[in-house]
Design a protein around this ligand. Structure first.
Ligand code: XLS
Ligand code: CA
Ligand code: CA
Length: 440
């Protein structure tokens, strides 16, 4: 039985298509630089938003119309949503999906019972995978919804909670191995604090590191060789989250000797919450060799919370893809649509249309960025801007020949220091030119 009745496989119809159930810019089979667009852009569907989000918000109940809404037995519901996931991805031609342990199966009275429920659903996922190319991009454990995590998981002041979280991640790693996930994500939504009046920050950070070392050890023990990823976010639900942004996550990994085992999963909306652009976070991760994967969504600059919109802003997708191409791609990572349709977009077709719009925005962004990089216009400008370090005094600074005394000697009698324009407006206009002309 088909779940999304009446929705055909989404075709590529090209830029002139007016059909919202077709791709305009994403042609998965198009080859660029020897690889198909589906290899350049490994898109993933987020289980939680697409199959679990019911449209409720703090002011009102759910609005979503879903083909499975009437199924009341929790395990039947879990299984039918897996069927829906595979049909959805196949129709969209998206090869990957991401999930939390608690997205796919209901919790039981004990962890043992919960794990049994998980086993049944994981079997069902594996059955589907036998006849499908669809696979998990990453797996994670939800250590933020259940009230036991009220004060955190690995950073909880309660050692029993630490133990529970450890057992939960142990199981999630086993699942990640079983389903062949390419990555495993840690997002610490409750790993942080509300007030330092009741918090031993130093001890909590040490415990977080202890926890991650245990995860690395267990992955090694069971032979899970996916990439570990930390997903930074500054706040929400906790007031101050430890993995605030790329820079603080990288500093944490270095301090606690975890750097070689982890990369980052950069989410656009989390960047804006941290007061950064998406490109800033991607750049910071990239230049530190830590750009692992992307949660592709979009925030709302007028709202200070995590709206997780489907990304349709070509300017942002272009600058994001600029970083990805410069990174040599995302390797084991991909572009996970950690995005939800708006409460008012409640039909099943909206789920398809939202993913299509976002996929097209990234495909267009990728092509524009590819052209910008290929033409070398930005590289050329930037390299010229720093050219004073390629000769004379600049060259001597870079090669380590200079110190404060020799530099003082160099400038002390100079009557003029000249600067050249940063030409930002010209560059922004150039970028607009590439965006508007990328199809010609
Ligand atoms: C929440 C996070 C979360 C992670 C996975 O803001 O984005 O969904 O991606 O736990
Ligand atoms: Ca995310
Ligand atoms: Ca988010």
């Amino acid at each position: 039985m088909k779940i999304f009745d009446g929705i055909r496989n989404i075709p590529y119809e090209g830029p002139k298509s007016k059909d919202p159930l077709s791709f305009r810019y994403y042609n998965p089979n198009e080859i660029v630089d020897g690889r198909s667009m589906s290899e350049h852009l490994k898109f993933a569907v987020a289980f939680w938003h697409t199959f679990n989000y019911d449209g409720s918000d703090p002011f009102g109940m759910g609005t979503m119309q879903r083909p499975w809404s009437k199924v009341s037995n929790p395990m039947d519901l879990a299984l039918i949503k897996v069927d829906a996931l595979f049909e959805f991805c196949e129709k969209l031609n998206v090869e990957y999906f991401c999930f939390h342990d608690r997205d796919i199966a209901p919790e039981g009275g004990t962890l043992r019972e919960t794990n049994k429920n998980l086993d049944v659903v994981v079997e069902h996922i594996k059955d589907h995978m036998k006849t499908s190319k669809i696979k998990p991009l990453w797996v994670t454990a939800n250590m933020f919804s259940n009230p036991r995590y009220v004060h955190g998981a690995a950073t909880s002041p309660n050692a029993d909670v630490f133990a529970y979280a450890a057992a939960q991640v142990k199981k999630a790693l086993e699942i990640a191995k079983e389903v062949g996930a390419s990555n495993y994500v840690f997002w610490g939504g409750r790993e942080g604090y509300e007030t330092l009046l009741n918090t031993d920050m130093e001890f909590e950070l040490e415990n977080m590191a202890r926890f991650l070392h245990m995860a690395v050890d267990y992955a090694k023990k069971i032979g899970f060789d996916g990439q570990f990823l930390i997903e930074p976010k500054p706040k929400e639900p906790t007031k101050h989250q430890y993995d605030f942004d790329a820079a603080s996550a990288i500093a944490f990994l270095q301090k606690y000797d975890l750097s070689e085992h982890f990369k980052l999963n950069i989410e656009a909306n989390h960047a804006t919450l941290a007061g950064h652009t998406f490109q800033h976070e991607l750049r910071y991760a990239r230049i530190n060799g830590k750009l692992g994967s992307i949660d592709a969504n979009q925030g709302d600059l007028l709202l200070g919370w995590d709206v997780d919109r489907f990304p349709t802003n070509i300017y942002e997708t272009t600058l994001a893809m600029y970083e990805v191409i410069k990174n040599g791609g995302l390797h084991s990572g991909g572009l996970n649509f950690d995005a939800k349709v708006r409460r008012g977009s409640f039909t099943p077709e909206d789920l398809f249309k939202a993913h299509i719009a976002a996929i097209d925005a990234f495909a267009a962004g990728w092509k524009i960025a590819h052209k910008v990089i290929g033409d070398g216009v930005i590289d050329e400008f930037v390299s010229k801007r720093y050219s004073s370090y390629k000769r004379g005094i600049g060259k001597d600074i870079v090669s380590g020949k200079m110190n404060f005394e020799t530099l003082e000697k160099y400038v002390i009698d100079k009557d003029k220091i000249g600067n050249i324009s940063g030409m930002q407006e010209e560059l922004e206009s150039l970028l607009n030119y590439y965006i508007l002309n990328f199809q010609s």
